[in-house]
Write a protein that binds this ligand. Structure first.
Ligand code: FAD
Length: 348
């Protein structure tokens, strides 16, 4: 006897969770497969921030993404009965008068005006080195993605909707009406495997350009900051005097192993930002599904029409995930066009 579902979802990182939320909202039935082979979402710093602080530009579609994302995390807090969204300002440390001036110019641009405060904040914390002060980014925060992942997986497991196993691509049988996978019949399969998509024989032509990212967790009892500090690295406060320090960008070593090189790079940046003692308590790594043209990878297989991909969330999965999941859902169920910039048909 086969069980029928509307959807099979392969991969329960941020992309998979965002798509499941679309399905739940529209009363579609689904089952999820995940084998824990990737961990980009598990280790993510979880920041959402509408501004690219390196270049002082607005994040692509941030005006549309942010409200959708915040509403979804708020709903998830209720559903899972956990705190996920920590509203916290981001302070960009200025390294010079020139950077202060660049900030003023940027905060005058219409696209950035809502997100950048105009004044310069003076540093009064002796544990921080910032003689040129900071600029504050507004509408920022941190999603506790690790807790989200754990509790969402538990939520699905309790309802019999989660299979902790590898999805075997060769076991898919396609026909005109549906797809058959082992003892399941489904109308559609959505692949959201993050970097794991490189193993997926159906979506080999995506222009993924993955980047490994490493983070340190430090314990710094004298630091006492209640904002995210952005200098050469991000410093993100958590509970109990713990801070996330991140992140690195590595193109060639695509393993999940933390490295000495990654640690040293992060410490080099951190030491230009703080002067108090600290202890490293953990180091983690994950592979971001980044894309050559920096746009998500969303769409339908050109031949096997029941197969779809939701990937390429890159460095900003927290904000982009809900937006692209919404686009894919409307494409499949309501025949709405996908935005050309995210549609995988751009590679055909
Ligand atoms: C160090 C680091 C810091 C980051 N910080 C931030 C941040 O502060 N803010 C932000 O917005 N983003 C951040 N990101 C980026 C963010 O993590 C990604 O955009 C996002 O996690 C990608 O989610 P995903 O679901 O596409 O992929 P993943 O999280 O990799 O999830 C894919 C899932 O698919 C599963 N899977 C793969 N293949 C199979 C298979 N064959 N069968 C079954 N299951 C399978 C994997 O086990 C995994 O659970 C960071 C990333 C890293 C690495």
């Amino acid at each position: 006897m086969k069980t029928e579902y509307d959807y099979i979802i392969v991969g329960l990182g941020l992309a998979g969770i965002c798509f499941c939320e679309q399905l739940r909202a529209h009363n579609k039935s689904f089952v999820v497969f995940d084998d824990s082979s990737q961990q980009s979402s598990t280790v993510a710093g979880g920041l959402y921030n509408p501004v690219v602080l390196k270049r002082f530009t607005a994040v692509w579609k941030s005006d549309e993404q942010l409200p959708l994302a915040l509403a979804m995390y708020q709903d998830l807090e209720q559903l899972l009965d956990v705190k996920l969204d920590y509203k916290i300002p981001v302070y960009r440390k200025f390294a010079s008068v020139e950077e202060q001036n660049n900030w003023f110019t940027a905060s005058d641009k219409p696209a950035l005006k809502p997100y950048l405060s105009t004044g310069i904040i003076k540093n009064e914390n002796p544990a921080i080195q910032a003689s040129f002060g900071f600029g504050e980014v507004l509408y920022t925060g941190r999603i506790d993605v690790k807790i989200l992942m754990e509790t969402y997986r538990e939520f699905l497991t309790k309802r019999g909707l989660f299979q902790k196993e590898s999805f075997e691509y060769s076991n898919i049988l396609n026909n005109n009406e549906s797809v058959v996978y082992e003892n399941i019949i489904a109308k559609h399969i959505v692949f959201s495997e993050g970097y794991g998509v490189v193993q997926n024989p159906f979506f080999q032509n995506l222009q993924l350009s993955p980047t490994k990212g490493e983070l340190l967790i430090i314990h710094a009892p004298d630091l006492k900051i209640d904002f995210v500090l952005k200098g050469p690295v991000f410093l993100i406060p958590m509970e109990d005097d713990l801070y996330i320090v991140g992140a690195t960008y590595e193109l060639y070593d695509l393993t999940h192993n933390p490295t000495e090189k990654g640690k040293n790079k992060l410490l080099e940046g951190l030491k230009t930002m703080i002067s108090c003692p600290f202890e490293i308590v953990d180091q983690v790594a994950g592979i971001r599904p980044t894309v050559r043209d920096r746009r998500p990878l969303v769409g339908q297989h050109p031949v096997h029409k029941h197969l779809y991909v939701l990937n390429g969330l890159g460095t900003r999965g927290v904000m982009i995930g809900p937006y692209v999941a919404n686009q894919l859902y409307n494409f499949i169920e309501n025949e709405e066009e996908l935005e050309p910039a995210i549609n995988i048909s751009r590679y055909s």
